[in-house]
Design a protein around this ligand. Structure first.
Ligand code: ZN
Length: 278
């Protein structure tokens, strides 16, 4: 087990100089350097061309019994578990900058991309299902609950802002509902899957205000609607699986898991303190 003591350093854009730096850098596209925003229309189009979400783990790719078991476990929790890009791609770099340099304004842009890359098609599918008597006119988006210390240090809840970006773009068809909250604020630093899994246990819980008194479950509405659990980075999946399990136990029937980025297969995972869903 590799244990690293790491402290996250956030370069907040506070103060006069920080303000100037953030105003200036916000003018430049992270893809091509063009002026006019974090991501220009051409680079957006480039990312979206022929884009399809990919499964995080799937049976055919599983190289060993352990991986097969992990894929099976994921299938039990989520009807679909997908990711949108790799960490070394433009979107991944933006997520990294947003998260570790606390570039608040990027949350909305990333959220809009998540809408285009995922929710647009999901809403179409829901509409098709609705014709067959299933499916709902809206989708519930649950942002992964963030470590409270990191929210304080960043000055904002980064997953909530991304979720709000999706919601804005979806115009009433996606509703952000914080069904999860942080139960304990342990930062996951262990490198091995087992260690991370143990740390993730009990890290999130259902926000009690959404539970109904007698049953201790979510309302009928929440149980039936399509729920998408959203996290930023997939490392070992420990926190995603744990959060998914918690939602399913409280009665969510139609649950999708979505992470924005993951490591390339075979690439050594870059583990930074508090990376997962924090
Ligand atoms: Zn560009």
């Amino acid at each position: 087990m590799v244990k690293r003591q790491e402290k996250e350093v956030f370069f907040t854009t506070e103060g006069v100089w920080g303000g100037l730096v953030s105003v200036f850098s916000s003018l430049l596209c992270r893809g091509c350097g063009a002026e006019g925003g974090y991501l220009c229309e051409r680079c957006k189009k480039y990312i979206l061309r022929g884009f399809q979400p990919r499964e995080i783990l799937y049976m055919e790719e599983a190289a060993c019994a352990e991986e097969k078991e992990a894929a099976r476990e994921l299938e039990k929790i989520f009807q679909r578990a997908e990711f949108l890009g790799f960490r070394d791609e433009l979107l991944g770099e933006m997520v990294e900058e947003y998260k570790y340099q606390a570039v608040r304004g990027m949350g909305r842009v990333i959220g809009e991309m998540v809408y285009e890359m995922y929710f647009k098609e999901l809403l179409r599918e829901e509409a098709r299902e609705r014709k067959g008597g299933r499916g709902c006119s809206e989708v519930i988006l649950v942002p992964m609950a963030t470590n409270r210390r990191h929210v304080r240090e960043r000055g904002f809840d980064h997953m909530k802002l991304v979720a709000k970006g999706v919601e804005r773009k979806a115009r009433g068809r996606v509703r952000v509902v914080p069904l999860l909250e942080r139960a304990k604020d342990t930062v996951q630093v262990g490198a091995s899957d087992k260690v991370r899994e143990a740390q993730a246990k009990g890290a999130v819980r259902v926000n009690p205000k959404f539970l109904e008194g007698e049953t201790g479950e979510f309302s009928e509405e929440v149980r039936r609607v399509r729920v998408v659990l959203l996290d930023d980075v997939w490392t070992t999946g420990a926190s995603m699986k744990e959060a998914g399990r918690v939602l399913r136990e409280a009665g969510v029937e139609r649950l999708n898991g979505l992470v924005i980025v993951k490591n390339r297969r075979g690439a050594s995972p870059v583990i930074r303190g508090g990376e997962m869903g924090e």
